[in-house]
Structure formats: structure tokens, C-alpha cells
Ligand binder design. Structure first.
Ligand SMILES: Nc1ncnc2c1ncn2[C@@H]1O[C@H](COP(=O)(O)OP(=O)(O)OP(=O)(O)O)[C@@H](O)[C@H]1O
Ligand SMILES: [Mg+2]
Length: 230
């Protein structure tokens, strides 16, 4: 469903990724683990076709980085939900409008947009704050709006870039609960993190990113070692 084949990425003369090679199947949950600067965000951007590799191929559903036209990228992105570390909410729109907007741009009927937005806000437990603007929401609440928005168009995969980095322990657990629920309903999740304790509390498949390469981790101990040494 998603496959990165022997990915090599260079930016401004520097080599960032040398051999990223992995596959994520339908409905899987996988952590992408590595120290700061390892290239986690770069990999998520490749899956979103926000960037293209210098060598290797990225396959997402029926699309691949060698043949995908720039004009089709927006269409693909609607099938891939992305939660950015810095939320990226529209500041002049309420929580409701932020989520609804993602559907409106795809031409979904107004009545459907309303019903589905309310259902998503209820999933992330924010119905009571639907008319508030991002500035009036806490970091964790903004993060939950961003998650609801990422799920708006029923993506087959949810990408999350260190979604818990700025959250307190309690909100972190809430967000992990939402991801588990979304995953249990069939959406694949790829979550970048450098939080070894979190991975230990919620064990799942782990892909380690080290020196530009990915490899499967056998145990949480591998992750812990990598993050400490990083
Ligand atoms: N456009 C660019 N030009 C030059 N270097 C870049 C560019 N984009 C990323 N890099 C470099 O690539 C490396 C990987 O960056 P990336 O943001 O993917 O790391 P990361 O694993 O997400 O780190 P963090 O945990 O801090 O978010 C970094 O050293 C970064 O400086
Ligand atoms: Mg990053």
C-alpha cells in the first residue's frame, strides 16, 4: 500500500537519506523512530509527495513518485491525512470551520460536511469547543482539531509528525487513544517520534532511522539505545 524503495535524498549537497526501504500494509500502525535530524519529517514529506527522492521510488496506493504529475498531487493528498507537529490550523477559522474546510474544498455536500465534522469533533472530544478559534484553544486541543481535520476525507493512512511532542502526559495518552481507535477502524498510521518512553508504553511495529537507513527494531531496547546515543 505504501512502499519506499531504496530511497536516497540529498538536499543542498548534503546526503540526508541513503537507503530508506520499507513497506507499510493496509491498516498497519508503525512508529518511525530516530533522533532529531535523522530524517523522519523528510520521509513523511516523501509519502505526502511534498518532496521527491533523488533516487529510489515512493509508492502510495496506485501512485508512484516517478510518474505522479504535479497536477495530481493535491488529489493524492486528500487520501493521505497529515498531522503536522506545529498543527498548521487556519487562525481565522473556528475548530468546526477548520475541519469542515478540508471537506468543502473536495466538493462534499454541505449537509454531509456538517454531520461528518460534528462526528469528527466528537471523536476527538471537542464538540463543546467547536466555535472557538485556534488562539483560544490549548496546544492539546489544537492538536486534536488537527487530527480531526486530517481524518476529514477518510484517508487510508494517517501520517503524524511527532504529534505528542508538545503535549503533557495526560493529553499524550488521549492522542494515543485516538490513534489506536482510528487504526482499529482500518486506517494505517505512520507516526514519527523520538519518545522512547511512549513507544515502550504503547508497543507497535517500529522502524528505526539511523544514518539515513531504516531497519526494523526487534525490541524497545533498540529504540532506547538509538535515542540515547542520538
Ligand atoms: N531543504 C533542506 N535543505 C537542506 N537540508 C535539509 C532540508 N530539509 C531537511 N534538511 C536536513 O535534513 C536532515 C533531516 O531533517 P528532518 O527534518 O527530516 O529530520 P527529523 O528526523 O524530522 O528531525 P526532528 O526530530 O528534529 O524533527 C536535517 O539535518 C536537516 O537539516
Ligand atoms: Mg521532524
Amino acid at each position: 500500500m505504501i512502499e519506499l524503495q531504496h530511497i536516497w535524498v540529498e538536499r543542498e549537497g548534503r546526503t540526508i537519506l541513503t537507503d530508506v526501504d520499507f513497506e507499510v500494509g493496509r491498516g498497519e500502525f508503525v512508529y518511525l523512530v530516530g533522533p532529531s535530524g535523522a530524517g523522519k519529517s523528510t520521509i513523511l514529506k516523501l509519502v505526502l509527495f511534498e518532496e521527491r527522492p533523488n533516487r529510489g521510488v515512493v509508492f502510495v496506493g496506485e501512485y508512484d513518485s516517478e510518474h505522479l504529475q504535479e497536477s495530481t498531487v493535491a488529489h493524492v493528498r486528500r487520501q493521505v491525512g497529515m498531522v503536522f507537529q506545529d498543527y498548521r490550523l487556519l487562525r481565522d477559522r473556528t475548530a468546526f470551520e477548520n475541519v469542515a474546510f478540508a471537506m468543502e474544498v473536495t466538493g462534499v455536500k454541505r449537509s454531509v460536511v456538517k454531520r461528518r465534522t460534528l462526528s469528527l469533533l466528537s471523536t476527538v472530544d471537542l464538540i463543546h469547543k467547536r466555535d472557538m478559534y485556534p488562539a483560544a484553544l490549548s496546544g492539546g486541543e489544537q492538536q486534536r482539531v488537527a487530527i480531526a481535520r486530517a481524518l476529514a476525507n477518510e484517508p487510508f493512512v494517517l501520517l503524524a509528525d511527532e504529534p505528542t511532542a508538545n503535549l503533557d502526559p495526560e493529553t499524550t495518552e488521549e492522542v494515543m487513544g485516538i490513534f489506536s481507535e482510528v487504526n482499529a477502524r482500518g486506517t494505517a498510521v505512520i507516526m514519527a517520534t523520538h519518545d522512547a518512553a511512549l513507544v515502550a508504553r504503547h508497543p507497535r511495529r517500529m522502524l528505526l532511522l539511523e544514518e539515513g537507513r531504516t531497519k526494523e527494531a526487534g525490541s524497545v531496547a533498540d529504540v532506547d539505545y538509538l535515542l540515547r546515543s542520538g
